[in-house]
Design a binder for this molecule. Structure first.
Ligand SMILES: [Zn+2]
Ligand SMILES: [Zn+2]
Length: 135
């Protein structure tokens, strides 16, 4: 894969460039991620904040996470597409929502979290790490 990889929300108001490969790609099956993704799970690419360059105004929302941390979210105010999550106490680490990337081949989770809340019909692929809750 060639970097940088461009990404944008559905309406195009928010765009970004990912400069280097993510540290890790994780699928999360918690109920919050099911709501977020309108699907069975969401996928997150853990990246260093310095390796993504964003452009366009984003809206903000946050909620308490089970860990006691804050889960903060940035999204496009035009189309509502979620762009990334982060912990305000660790702003150097970004949890990018990678389905917005133009090249989606990197979206291969190596770990699945919150499988205690996963949909019964989804079978965890062989060879990935599995966590009952948050790793
Ligand atoms: Zn948008
Ligand atoms: Zn989740």
């Amino acid at each position: 894969m060639k970097y940088p990889i461009k990404g944008s929300c559905q309406c195009g108001q928010v765009s970004y460039e990912l400069l280097e490969p993510p540290q890790m790609v994780v699928a999360c099956h918690c109920r919050e991620c099911q709501k977020l993704s309108t699907s069975a799970f969401s996928i997150t690419a853990m990246v260093d904040a310095k390796s993504v360059v964003f452009s366009g105004e984003m809206a903000h929302w946050q909620r308490p996470a089970e860990s006691g941390n804050v889960s903060a979210a940035k999204f496009c105010p035009g189309c509502g597409n979620r762009i990334y999550h982060y912990n305000p106490d660790q702003p150097d680490q970004i949890k990018l929502k990678p389905s917005n990337l133009s090249d989606t081949r990197l979206i291969q989770p190596v770990a699945h979290a919150w499988v205690s809340e996963k949909q019964d019909w989804f079978e965890i692929p062989a060879g990935v790490k599995v966590f009952d809750k948050q790793p």
